[in-house]
Design a protein around this ligand. Structure first.
Ligand SMILES: Cc1cc2nc3c(=O)[nH]c(=O)nc-3n(C[C@H](O)[C@H](O)[C@H](O)COP(=O)(O)OP(=O)(O)OC[C@H]3O[C@@H](n4cnc5c(N)ncnc54)[C@H](O)[C@@H]3O)c2cc1C
Length: 398
């Protein structure tokens, strides 16, 4: 495989670096650096900069407003965003539902929704999981009953990330109970302002509000909001999950976070000693570094194959498992380095402006909440146990 960037790629790398340094708000960058939450406005402001430049949708075909970048250019863009602590565009619209609309949507659905995703006018959320239906998604029971001009939906969705801000939800509903579970599911688009939709926060261990319960009581959805065919939602859902998993390895962000751990290790925290003198700590840092480098090469190998037209195999699951484990390891290292500054309960530590009440250096203020928050990475996007099942089936031909 050829891992060298050509001259054109290097020119592109310089262009991305310069764009980020000129356009990324410094306050947003510093929040990202210290692991603090961004507000909806801050994220949307950055998405608008990307859209003005025509860089909001690297994964879309050019005819719909995509960048037309090569796979290598997309990799460079992600790498530079990670290195500069630039936020990623919210995935639910641009990375998840948009490819579905492009592949399965009608011309009208494309015209209505795609421009609003690019302009950030629509904030999307994902309504797949239900109480009792997570890994076993096909068992979902939110029901859509057919009416003359559409459907009436009743049920509960859970763990819905950022539903509190969302204008639209893409969701899976049951439209037939008289068949195999997978064959009675449909994929629909729902306006979150519809009567009968209520959103209740789930406050996570880190004290943050990212996820929600969403209750749907006699919610009317017009027929034109059905994607693809009725009862063919499982095909659409599987297509979408493939997109979710490949974007989850977060190599460039982990590289940045691990570089920060190395900086912390060089600080003189305990009088004249630094963590660099602690062999046990440095052993863990080095192990994590080696695993991260191996992950990066696995990702580059995938890109190199993609350029040659070789379809991805079990790599998507491998990248998800190892990428999410490394994200967790890094938060464990920062927690260990923070020592007694890593309070177990600091409800607002990840919100900017609440730091005055905290003690300890800036880099440790969000250590404990970030550690707790990052437990999610091995659960969402298909839990790591489920990924291992997929790997076993594909590689061991079980
Ligand atoms: C922070 C966060 C954000 C999320 N955001 C969203 C969102 O926006 N929209 C959405 O729809 N969902 C979202 N989810 C839900 C997520 O997709 C589910 O939590 C996940 O699919 C696991 O389902 P579950 O929680 O029901 O656990 P379960 O499926 O009940 O699993 C419990 C445990 O059993 C293991 N397990 C289950 N089945 C098997 C098996 N066959 N073999 C081996 N082990 C197994 C699992 O790995 C897990 O460890 C989010 C979750 C989190 C934590």
């Amino acid at each position: 495989m050829n891992l060298e960037f050509n001259e054109e790629d290097l020119k592109f790398k310089a262009e991305v670096k310069s764009f980020i340094s000129k356009n990324l708000d410094k306050n947003t960058q510093s929040k990202m650096d210290n692991g603090h939450h961004l507000s909806k406005e801050e994220l949307v402001a950055w998405q608008k900069q990307l859209n003005n430049k025509g860089w909001m949708a690297p994964n879309w075909p050019k005819e719909y407003g995509g960048t037309g970048w090569s796979v290598t250019q997309r990799y460079i863009f992600d790498e530079e965003c990670g290195a500069a602590s630039a936020p990623s565009a919210l995935p639910f619209g641009v990375t998840m539902v948009a490819p579905v609309i492009i592949k399965f949507g009608t011309q009208e659905q494309k015209e209505v929704y795609l421009p609003k995703i690019l302009s950030s006018e629509h904030w999307w959320c994902q309504g797949y999981s239900e109480p009792g239906s997570g890994s076993d998604l096909a068992s979902l029971s939110t029901k859509a009953e057919k009416t003359e001009d559409g459907y009436i939906i009743n049920g509960t969705k859970t763990w819905t990330t950022f539903a509190q801000y969302a204008d639209m939800m893409f969701l899976l509903v049951r439209t037939n109970t008289d068949c195999k579970p997978q064959e009675g599911i449909s994929f629909m688009l729902l306006n979150m302002k519809s009567p009968g939709v209520s959103v209740k926060p789930i406050i996570t261990l880190d004290g943050g509000h990212e996820v929600n319960m969403v209750y749907l009581e006699n919610v009317k959805v017009p027929r034109e909001n059905l994607i693809f065919e009725e009862n063919k939602g499982w095909t659409v859902a599987k297509y979408l999950l493939g997109h979710e998993r490949t974007s989850i390895a977060a190599v460039s962000r982990s590289k940045k976070a691990l570089a920060k751990v190395k900086k912390i290790a060089n600080l003189n925290i305990n009088g004249d000693k630094s963590l660099r003198d602690d062999n046990r700590f440095m052993d863990k840092v080095t192990k994590c570094d080696v695993r991260l480098q191996a992950l990066e090469y696995a990702e580059l190998k995938g890109i190199s194959d993609d350029v040659k037209g070789i379809a991805p195999g079990p790599e998507a699951s491998m990248l998800k498992i190892r990428g999410s484990e490394i994200q967790q390891e890094i938060t464990e290292l920062v927690l260990e380095a923070s020592g007694y500054y890593a309070y177990a309960y600091q409800p607002n530590a990840m919100d900017m402006g609440n730091n005055e009440a905290l003690i300890g250096p800036d880099w440790s203020s969000a250590a404990a909440p970030k550690y707790f928050n990052t437990r999610k990475t091995t659960i969402y996007g298909g839990s790591n146990e489920i990924q291992k099942n997929i790997l076993a089936k594909m590689l061991l031909e079980l």
